[in-house]
Design a protein around this ligand. Structure first.
Ligand code: XMP
Length: 515
């Protein structure tokens, strides 16, 4: 892999993603990794990421100097650029003059910026700057606040930039990163969906051996792709479990039962516990209370389904040792990145599971980013309705009804939501919209007029947002025509709804969901 050394700021993961967009496999390692630990990962190049403002700051993170003796291609970014300059004998000055944000950069040559405009904008965020490049390095770009904005030593396969090529505000950043990887470091782009899928299938086969596995499907992309990979690896020794809690959107259960099964050939057990959920949710209006009830019941449902599967399997003398989960790389990095297989214990002995039952986890996606998961899903032949699906919360439509949940209200919301999704897809907006909660304000009524009569119905809120990771979001500037169509259809086709409103709040301050 290309190893991205994390100096503790938020950039390392994004850089790793960008390296993979250049079709080269990458992983994040903490800056505390020793040269020996780094070498043990068989890296093909090192990228030093951004970090705190100054290499002179108290407790400024550093790396094992031995890393510079490994003879690997190396690329420094921002703080990593300064760490590299200092370690190789250049000069980093504590200037106190900061550069922050969009900055014009003058390019004077070199391999990194070949073919790019001589002057172009880059995204800066630094206090100190490099004043002299190390010996053997050519200075190839400058800005007003950074006399050395980029340097390279192509013979030594090393280069660095003061700016952030990984952010979209540096319009040529991806090209520069790709040029480093392919031209300077000489790496072959080979991280493709087909290769990824093959490698993951092999790895699952090796881990599970002759064992049996179970996988909970949520209807979302991650669990579907994880299950599809494991299915390819071990066939019918995988059983998938799908819980219908009655809070799903229109067509979702069918998508899993028909399209997922048809495209993967997986064995599926559906468990319909919707009456139970609606019973417990009756009269509950507090969002966290709703979540608590659904979370608690979901574990019961899942365990009930698992014990059914286990019962059937044990009759034929088999045991199930593995639980498949759709954990992604960002979760792995955020939780400390520990390798190996965790064991989870199955609590709440409701479905008749033995108290001490333990599964080993199979997490085939634990090294992938979301876009890679989608690409692998397509490679495995999963339908677009599954791989292109927008994020949908586990508690489902229950947290999109402001007020108590009832069957009737769910039907109303389901109908409105289906119309909004249909029209957004028809208008080709699925890629531009990260997700679009459709919310029923069940305890609000407003006066309207329809046909000849006065109505007194409920409002529906459209909440289309654009986002990269759901941590922050902006409201999507959806075309008026699409909004008009959605509004028209919902008020005409959905009984009890006489008003459609648009949420124009970013996150923060608003969250994406209303509850
Ligand atoms: P918020 O509303 O916090 O949502 O801005 C951020 C992302 O998380 C999803 N979300 C949930 N997902 N269980 C989930 O599995 C939940 O309780 C839950 N609440 C919010 C939301 O759809 C968005 O993608």
């Amino acid at each position: 892999p290309v190893l991205v050394v994390d100096f503790g700021a938020q950039y390392a993961q994004l850089i790793a993603r960008r390296v993979r967009e250049a079709r080269i496999y990458s992983e994040v390692v903490p800056h505390t990794a020793t040269a020996a630990e780094i070498e043990a990962k068989n890296p093909v190049a090192i990228v030093l990421s951004g970090g705190p403002a100054s290499v002179y700051a108290d407790g400024a993170p550093s790396i094992d100097p031995g890393v510079f003796d490994l003879g690997l291609p190396m690329f420094g970014i921002c703080y990593g650029f300064q760490v590299m300059a200092q370690a190789l004998g250049g000069e980093v000055a504590k200037t106190g003059s900061r550069e922050y944000g969009r900055t014009d950069m003058e390019v004077s040559g070199g391999a990194l910026h070949a073919g790019l405009p001589g002057s172009h904008p880059v995204w800066m965020s630094h206090g100190d700057s490099v004043h002299a490049a190390p010996e053997g390095f050519e200075v190839t770009a400058t800005t007003a606040g950074a006399p050395v904005a980029a340097f390279e030593n192509t013979a030594g396969k090393m280069a660095g930039v003061q700016y952030h090529p990984e952010v979209l505000h540096s319009p040529h950043g991806q090209e520069v990163l790709t040029r480093f990887l392919t031209e300077v470091a000489g790496l072959e782009p080979s991280w493709t969906a087909a290769n990824i899928a093959d490698q993951l299938i092999d790895a699952v086969r090796e881990q599970v051996g002759e064992g049996r596995a179970i996988c909970g499907l949520s209807g979302g992309v991650d669990s579907a792709v994880a299950a599809a990979l494991v299915q390819r690896a071990i066939g019918d020794r995988l059983t998938c479990v799908f819980v219908d809690h009655g809070l799903l959107r229109a067509g979702e259960r069918e998508q899993v039962e028909k399209e997922f099964v048809a495209s993967t050939g997986a064995r599926l057990v559906t468990r319909d516990d919707s009456d139970t959920y609606l019973g417990f949710l009756d009269g509950v209006t507090d969002p966290e209370e709703k979540r608590k009830i659904i979370g608690r019941e979901f574990i019961r449902s899942f365990e009930g389904a698992v014990s059914e599967v286990l019962g059937a399997e044990s009759e034929s003398g088999a045991s199930v040792d593995f639980l498949v989960q759709g954990t992604l790389y960002p979760d792995v990095v955020e939780s400390g990145g520990g390798a190996g297989t965790a064991n989870i214990k199955s609590h709440h002995n409701v479905g008749g599971l033995p108290e001490d039952l333990e599964f080993s986890l199979v997490e085939p996606l634990r090294l992938l980013f979301k876009d890679e998961v989608r690409a692998v899903g397509r490679e495995l032949g999963l339908p677009e309705s599954i791989v292109g699906r927008h994020p949908f919360p586990g508690p489902g439509l229950a947290i999109r009804i402001v007020g108590a949940v009832s069957r009737e209200r769910l039907d109303t919301l389901r109908a409105a939501d289906a119309i909004a999704r249909e029209e957004m897809t028809a208008a080709g907006l699925d890629d531009q919209v990260w997700q679009c909660p459709v919310v029923l304000l069940a305890d609000v009524r407003s006066v309207g007029v329809q046909g000849d009569g006065r109505t007194y119905g409920h409002p529906i809120v459209l909440r289309p947002v654009s986002s990269e990771d759901a941590m922050t979001a902006d409201w999507t500037r959806m075309p008026y025509e699409t909004l008009a169509k959605i509004s028209n259809r919902i008020t005409n086709e959905v009984p009890d709804v006489n008003r459609v409103v648009l949420d124009v709040t970013s996150k923060p301050p608003g969250t994406i969901e209303w509850e």
